[in-house]
Design a protein around this ligand. Structure first.
Ligand code: ZN
Ligand code: ZN
Length: 138
C-alpha cells in the first residue's frame, strides 16, 4: 500500500489523506450500505481515525446498525458523495468508502459481508471469503 493514500468526493470540496495501514477491507451488501452507496454494495476500508486528515465540510447521517449501534455516514453536502462511516461500537476507527479513493488499487478486498442481502445482479466475487452477515466477533 502506498502511503499516504488520498481520496475525496466528486466535486472536490472534501479531501482526505491517510498515512496509516488499512486494518480491514471489504464489501458490505447490507441494505443500508446498498441504499447509501447508489449501487449493490459498499466497499469500505477501515483506518485509524488518527491517521486520517480530512478537509472540507462533511454532513453526517445517523442510523443504527442491525446490532443497534449508531452508525454515522459522512457525505459531501454539495455533491452527495459518501466519504466514510463511523460506528460508535468501534471508537477511533473510520471506514472510508473505497469509491472515494484516488488510487483504486489501494483497496484489496478481504471479505464480503451480508452476503445474504446481495442482489443477484451484484453477486460477491469468488475467491473472497464471504459471511452471511458479519464475521463472528464483529
Ligand atoms: Zn463534493
Ligand atoms: Zn453495510
Amino acid at each position: 500500500m502506498t502511503k499516504p493514500f488520498t481520496g475525496g468526493c466528486l466535486c472536490g470540496a472534501v479531501r482526505y489523506s491517510c498515512d496509516g495501514e488499512a486494518m480491514m477491507m471489504g464489501h458490505c451488501h447490507c441494505e443500508d450500505c446498498r441504499r447509501s452507496s447508489g449501487t449493490g454494495h459498499a466497499s469500505l476500508l477501515a483506518v485509524a481515525e488518527d491517521t486520517l486528515t480530512l478537509t472540507g465540510e462533511v454532513k453526517g447521517y445517523d442510523r443504527p446498525s442491525d446490532s443497534g449501534n449508531m452508525v454515522t455516514r459522512g457525505f459531501c453536502p454539495t455533491c452527495g458523495s459518501w466519504i466514510y462511516s463511523r460506528n460508535v461500537a468501534m471508537p477511533g476507527m473510520t471506514f472510508l468508502s473505497a469509491a472515494s479513493l484516488d488510487d483504486l488499487e489501494v483497496f484489496q478486498p478481504q471479505m464480503h459481508v451480508y452476503r445474504m442481502r446481495a442482489a443477484s445482479w451484484d453477486a460477491p466475487s469468488e475467491g473472497v471469503p464471504m459471511f452471511d452477515k458479519m464475521p463472528p466477533g464483529m
